[in-house]
Write a protein that binds this ligand. Structure first.
Ligand SMILES: C[S@@+](CC[C@H](N)C(=O)[O-])C[C@H]1O[C@@H](n2cnc3c(N)ncnc32)[C@H](O)[C@@H]1O
Length: 468
């Protein structure tokens, strides 16, 4: 094990007489880093996918690659498994979990995760968590942590605990696959059948591969440079099995970028669809941070001008960076519900709408516990208004691609079905644009799934504003 990273406030307090420290095992840097991620998520609403890489960068001198990988597994795994861990801990702690010091609860989650899901020996999981408790909370809390974790260990692994918890139906499915019950129900509804549901939820609980998009580099060359393989669906995708994509020359110089293969297909749906009449002005209406705009800029035919807009200034700035080397692009700060451009200005419009993100939970492990069903109706209202704005922005005969990284019916089929009731709107089927991708039909629309396609659960619909 490498040296544990120093944390602010962990040194001796000035002005106090130093007692000789009791001999103690060295703190485990990977576990400490995982704890710091859980603590940031609980106490400051941090995003684990931003905080963890930052901590790993800051502590690179102290943590070796194996420590970094273990810290990632621990932090992401314990965050994903929070519902199951809390159900177990609630059985063993003699007060509501909300009454515990939040740091103690996070330490219990970290220890319990190692016991029920990882093959960490009981004594190592318990002893390292007790050491960590002494260091970050104090000796007073370590007795409780020790006692509770011993009971978790005595209860066996996750499968045994599921039996002990006695859950059935959707509750069991949620506990087995790390999803709150309302998301289990939303995925069942979106899948439209039962047989694949558990596989879909399990795939949504696994760590995703990193996908690259080859924007201005031959993808075979990118595959060679990165040690990855061409993706099965997008002609621009390379799938990586490890390594830090930020170190690749092609990513550093903007010729390639990190982008889920499903997001690539969503941008390609707009670019591939046939269009009658002029085809010179494209709009990405909700473009921040610029992933799909970057691919659209790279694949558009010569002579097409791309406008990319976002309501948030800082997101528009990220789009500017993503498009820094592209000619004939314009980046605007604009609200798609009340756009500054004239009606019918564009031939093709991409609306990658703000959504719950239920299709990208693999990348944001804590989001499944942060989101609630109450988030859905206001987002559906915003999506409906934005789709009306997109249809106003496109010329008669032009195309709108409506995309979300959520499969939730209220954010997908319901929004597009309602728009399609208009006399001047026609639905175009998406699946024929991707004959090489099996199993994407969702009625007239398309839906990607982690268990079928190894991508985020992206939804895509294509609408044509019919000439009147
Ligand atoms: C799903 S993200 C878009 C991701 C982006 N297309 C990409 O591939 O990188 C949705 C974006 O919509 C923006 N947004 C939210 N409300 C908006 C509005 N009323 N008008 C324009 N943009 C909006 C958000 O700031 C966010 O950047």
């Amino acid at each position: 094990m490498t040296r544990p990273p120093r944390r602010p406030g962990s040194g001796p307090r000035p002005g106090r007489r130093q007692r000789r420290p009791a001999p103690r095992r060295e703190l485990d840097g990977a576990r400490l880093t995982a704890f710091d991620v859980l603590d940031g998520v609980s106490s400051r609403d941090a995003y684990a996918n931003l905080l963890l890489p930052q901590l790993l960068r800051e502590r690179a001198g102290d943590l070796g690659p194996r420590d970094a990988a273990f810290a990632t597994q621990l932090a992401y795994g314990a965050l994903r498994a929070q519902g199951t861990l809390d159900a177990i801990l609630a059985r063993l702690v003699d007060r509501p979990l909300a009454d515990l010091d939040p740091r103690v609860l996070d330490l219990l989650r970290l220890g319990a995760y190692q016991l029920i899901d990882l093959r960490v020996p009981d004594h190592a999981a318990v002893a390292t968590t007790v050491d960590l408790t002494r260091a970050v909370v104090g000796t007073g809390a370590s007795g409780l942590v020790n006692a509770v974790l011993r009971k978790v260990a005595a209860g066996g692994d996750r499968a045994s605990w599921l039996v002990t918890l006695g859950a059935t139906g959707d509750e069991r499915l949620g506990l087995a696959t790390d999803h709150p019950r309302w998301i289990v129900e939303a995925w069942r509804d979106a899948l439209g059948e039962e047989t694949e549901l558990e596989a879909a939820l399990l795939a949504d609980d696994a760590a995703p591969e990193v996908h690259l998009v080859a924007r201005h580099i031959d993808r075979e060359e990118l595959a060679q440079q990165s040690g990855g393989e061409p993706g099965p669906w997008s002609p621009y995708a390379v799938r990586l099995h490890g390594g830090d994509p930020g170190r690749l020359p092609a990513v550093q110089d903007g010729a390639a970028a990190v982008q889920d293969e499903g997001s690539q297909l969503a941008a390609l749906a707009l670019a591939r669809a046939e269009l009658d009449g002029p085809d010179a002005a494209w709009l990405d209406m909700c473009a921040g941070p610029g992933g799909k705009a970057g691919l659209l800029a790279a694949v558009r035919p010569a002579g097409v001008r791309l406008t990319a807009a976002d309501r948030a200034e800082h997101r528009a700035e990220l789009v500017r960076r993503s498009l820094r080397d592209a000619d004939d692009v314009e980046v605007l700060v604009a609200d798609g519900r009340e756009p500054p451009w004239s009606e019918g200005s564009f031939d093709r419009v991409l609306l990658d709408a703000p959504c719950t993100g239920l299709g990208a939970l693999r990348r944001r492990p804590e989001v499944r516990w942060r989101r609630t069903p109450d988030d859905v109706p206001p987002l559906a209202e915003l999506q409906t208004e934005l789709l009306a704005g997109a249809l106003r922005s496109v010329r008669p005969g032009g195309l709108v691609a409506y995309v979300t990284c959520s499969p939730h019916t209220a954010e997908t089929v319901a929004v597009v079905d309602a728009a399609a009731e208009r006399d001047d709107v026609e639905v175009l089927p998406v699946a024929p644009l991707f004959p090489e991708v099996p199993g994407i039909e969702r009625g007239r629309y398309a839906q990607l799934w982690p268990h079928r396609h190894g991508t985020d659960a992206m939804f895509m619909a294509l609408l044509r504003r019919t000439p009147q």
